[in-house]
Design a protein around this ligand. Structure first.
Ligand SMILES: Nc1ncnc2c1ncn2[C@@H]1O[C@H](COP(=O)(O)OP(=O)(O)O)[C@@H](O)[C@H]1O
Ligand SMILES: [Mg+2]
Length: 255
């Protein structure tokens, strides 16, 4: 049985369908990129995966277990705007990510030093080692987002949910975060779902790229139908079906 199984998911808010007939199975360790028009239900799907919400109909099972009632530590999340702990230094935020308990409370002596060393190594990899002793409020937005991503990745959840996590970063920072994410994924074998606006990023990082779209469209009532998964591309080996023709133009070339 597959690691994540979403079966016949319908999600509506009030009478308005958002998602319909979403069926997908994902193996443990797969990296799933999710793309689709703004407002089509991508973040909603992540909330369902996180078990922050239960679907109107259908079910999501992880590792064959009964559908989760609420978010657990096995599922980590980074939203586009994620707030880190403002009362902790940058280094302590990373340590908190590792333990997801408070500060140094659980560590003592050698364990504390080891956790601190690991945090400093992470900070070096995400380029925040020079601000380790500062508080998040003193950092730029991009640096805070790097810290948030570093913190969530350090927690090494079995399933990592990323909602447009790199959108606010400059191109160079984004590339180094890609490297960091790919390294951590190799080390941990975690399963990743990442929503992105950037198709190139989706194909670069993903093993598969899921496209969410409305299969039916009523011009008189644009909200009459929900979105579903209309394409499930194999993106291994660099995403052969994807080609960037020129800036801002993305074309799918079926393999
Ligand atoms: N809790 C909610 N209550 C009512 N409508 C919602 C709720 N969450 C999302 N929506 C609506 O569902 C649609 C899909 O939202 P969302 O999942 O955020 O889309 P995406 O992430 O693809 O941009 C949007 O029209 C949004 O307004
Ligand atoms: Mg969204």
């Amino acid at each position: 049985m597959s690691f994540v199984v979403a079966r016949d998911i319908f999600q509506s808010y009030g009478t308005r369908p958002i998602l319909q007939r979403v069926n997908v199975t994902v193996e443990e360790g797969e990296f799933i990129s999710i793309v689709g028009a703004s407002g089509c239900g991508k973040s909603t799907f992540l909330r369902l995966l996180l078990a922050q919400e239960r679907p109107t109909r259908g079910e999501i099972r992880v590792a064959g277990a009964e559908p989760a009632e609420e978010p657990g530590r096995d599922r980590g999340v980074v939203f586009q705007r994620y707030s880190v702990f403002p009362h902790m230094t940058v280094r302590d935020n990373i340590v908190a990510g590792e333990s997801f308990r408070t500060r140094w409370g659980m560590f003592s002596g050698a364990a504390k030093r080891a956790a601190r060393d690991r945090a400093d190594e992470t900070l070096r990899r995400i380029g925040l080692d020079h601000v380790a002793d500062q508080y998040p409020a003193t950092l730029s937005g991009g640096m805070q987002q790097r810290l948030a991503i570093g913190q969530a990745l350090t927690a090494k959840p079995r399933i990592l949910l990323l909602d447009e996590p790199f959108g606010a970063l400059d191109p160079g920072t984004r590339l180094s975060m890609h490297d960091f994410l790919q390294d951590l994924r190799e080390e941990t074998g975690m399963t990743v779902f990442m929503v992105t606006h950037d198709l190139e990023e989706g194909f670069k990082l993903g093993d598969r790229v899921l496209v969410f779209d409305k299969p039916r469209w009523d011009p008189h009532d644009p909200n009459a139908y929900g979105a579903t998964i209309t394409y499930d591309f194999d993106a291994r080996d660099g995403g052969i079906p994807f080609q960037r023709i020129k800036e801002d133009t993305h074309v799918f070339r079926p393999a």
